[in-house]
Write a protein that binds this ligand. Structure first.
Ligand code: TYD
Ligand code: MG
Length: 417
């Protein structure tokens, strides 16, 4: 066993490597931006900070079935129009990948190569051959190093294999993208360890079946982590969603419990429908369920609603749903969630032409939200006429904003009609 011999698997694995080529920092910087290559998805390029940088290592993490293999195959064939790309799968056979590639739009290219392998050493040697501009490894969980005795997918295999690939990428000019599966709660040890090692970590999340899928950089050594790319799966693979607000509101039915929230995803304003359903509890303990919204935050907001507005929810089941598969992290979603619950509980709808945003404090006060102007301009673009928003948002924007100071007065004024 490697551990017993006192030598790490990584040291053994890179024994065959050659001496690194070095160059001055200045020369690297001057060519940095132009050297990036485009993925063919402009939103994804922005997420990456302008495209894929040679010799960079990115980890694409997401639940099984979310579309990781699909997006990488699409990206690979886009890049293969200009440069040789290698797609390595440890999960699927050549025939299976071919079958998938055939279904995807414009995935025919002489420069798109395929290999099936689960050996980290073989893959590292292939990366070092400098033959390819981009090497995609699908997935890290299938890889193993002969020098490590544990099973593929174990923490030590994932970490050591990852390390070998990263070193190979850095010593050549080849960009590497690695797929990492995560479990439903994102806790698999492997990819979490890997996050520290790689340059870029992309999270692919959303509904596995239908709905929007969002791709965001949670770590990026070469760019910001503010932008997101939004995709939708159809039978020709993943398509970018260029006007998400419009798509998200297309099927909206204005009933009680439905509120349009102006949120910010990354740097982008998006209008999204928040739905709430409130029901009398049939068993002793009231049930609270949230989809696309943090459950702890929901419980807190229900407590604030009870204490600060005297809305009685103690014997009510409450369900909150963010339409379209988005997972909201924006604190300004609070007010919309509270108003949706109050609207559902009272059976009264909010006026059709209103959007809502604002953070709710424990005292029931409405706190300011960042990027108010962008939220409001998105609402105007989609034909809304007013925004229920924190007082601070009204500055400079004038009549569009209906300022509210606290939750109780907001509900009395706009829901309790
Ligand atoms: P996949 O990329 O294999 O997910 P992952 O690699 O993250 O595990 O694909 C996910 C799902 O997408 C799969 O269940 C089938 C579906 N799909 C389509 O709907 N259309 C398509 O064109 C492709 C290729 C897949
Ligand atoms: Mg896959």
């Amino acid at each position: 066993m490697v551990e017993d011999s006192g030598k790490s698997a990584v040291a053994l694995g890179v024994k065959s490597g050659k001496q690194l080529k070095t160059q001055s920092i200045n020369s690297i910087e001057s060519s940095e931006r132009s050297a990036r290559f485009k993925t063919g998805f402009s939103q994804l390029d922005e997420v990456l900070g302008g495209g894929i940088l040679p010799a960079s290592v990115s980890l694409l993490a997401g639940q099984p079935g979310i579309g990781k293999s699909t997006i990488l195959l699409q990206l690979a064939s886009n890049i293969a129009k200009d440069a040789p790309v290698l797609y390595i799968s440890g999960e699927e056979s050549a025939a299976q990948v071919k079958l998938r590639a055939k279904r995807l739009a414009n995935s025919h290219s002489e420069n798109l190569n395929f290999a099936s392998s689960t050996s980290a050493n073989d893959i590292a040697a292939t990366i070092r051959s400098q033959q390819y501009k981009l090497v995609i490894v699908d997935s890290i969980q299938t890889l193993s190093l002969e020098e490590v005795s544990s099973a593929p997918g174990s923490v030590s295999q994932v970490t050591n294999s990852g390390n070998v690939l990263i070193r190979a990428a850095k010593s050549s000019d080849t960009a590497v993208m690695i797929v990492g599966h995560v479990t439903k709660d994102g806790t698999l040890a492997g990819p979490k360890v890997l996050e520290h090692l790689v340059d870029v970590v992309l999270n692919f999340e959303g509904d596995r079946y239908g709905g929007f899928k969002t791709l965001r950089a949670v770590k990026n050594r070469f760019g910001s982590t503010n932008d997101i790319a939004i995709f939708e799966m159809d039978n020709e693979g993943l398509k970018p969603v260029l006007n998400p607000s419009q798509a998200l509101l297309a099927e909206r039915l204005n009933t009680d419990g439905s509120i349009v929230l102006a949120t910010i995803e990354g740097t982008r304003p998006i209008l999204v429908e928040i739905q709430a359903l409130v029901n009398t509890t049939s068993f002793g303990y009231p049930k609270r369920t949230a989809s696309g919204f943090d459950l702890n935050r929901l419980n807190l907001l229900v407590a604030v609603l009870q204490q600060r507005t005297k809305l009685n929810l103690a014997d009510k089941d409450i369900y909150v749903n963010v339409v379209g598969g988005l997972k909201l992290q924006d604190p300004a979603a609070d007010l919309a969630v509270c108003m949706a619950i109050a609207s559902a509980a009272s059976g009264r709808k909010l006026d059709d032409h209103l959007i809502v945003f604002g953070e709710v404090g424990l005292g029931g006060e409405i706190r300011s939200a960042h990027s108010s102007e962008r939220r409001i301009s998105e609402a105007k673009k989609l034909g809304f006429t007013a925004a229920i928003a924190p007082k601070t948002a009204a500055k400079g924007i004038g009549k569009f904003v209906l300022p509210v100071a606290d939750l109780r007065s907001a509900l009395i004024k706009y829901i309790n009609k």
